[in-house]
Design a protein around this ligand. Structure first.
Ligand SMILES: [Zn+2]
Length: 131
């Protein structure tokens, strides 16, 4: 099964990543981020950060990071389509469906799942400015 970029972004927008990660990791707010002990390696002081605004998590200890889909894939062993369906049903109560515009975008591009735009695109530009 394939999913359009618009649908994936909509699911991420509706997902509360802090709440999702909080089911598995004890999180506490500190500054602008929410921190906890990493789910992927053993540690005593929290270096695992969830940024709900950017819909991403990152561990400064072991380098694990990603979005809500990746989180489910890595902690629950789901495949990408399974993670999408899980979040879609939790976020909206409806199974994911193809919109006509998703289909058009997918078939018109060779990079169906490449995340070039949105918050990811902003990050890439900011990082490249530093180099
Ligand atoms: Zn870690």
């Amino acid at each position: 099964m394939r999913y359009g970029q618009g649908l994936l972004e909509e699911i991420l927008r509706r997902t509360d990543l802090v709440q999702l990660v909080g089911r598995r990791v004890q999180l506490g707010r500190k500054g602008r981020g929410v921190w906890g002990c990493c789910a992927f390696h053993q540690q005593k002081s929290p270096s695992f950060k969830v940024e709900n605004e950017r819909r991403t998590y990152h561990c400064f200890g072991c380098g694990a990071g990603g979005d809500a889909f990746k989180w489910l894939m890595e902690t629950e062993g789901l495949s990408f389509p399974e993670a999408v369906e899980r979040l879609a049903s939790e976020a909206g109560g409806e199974p994911p469906q193809w919109a006509a515009e998703d289909e058009a975008r997918e078939t018109g591009s060779e990079h169906g799942l490449t995340r070039g735009g949105g918050p990811y695109g902003r990050d890439h530009r900011r990082h490249s400015n530093h180099r």
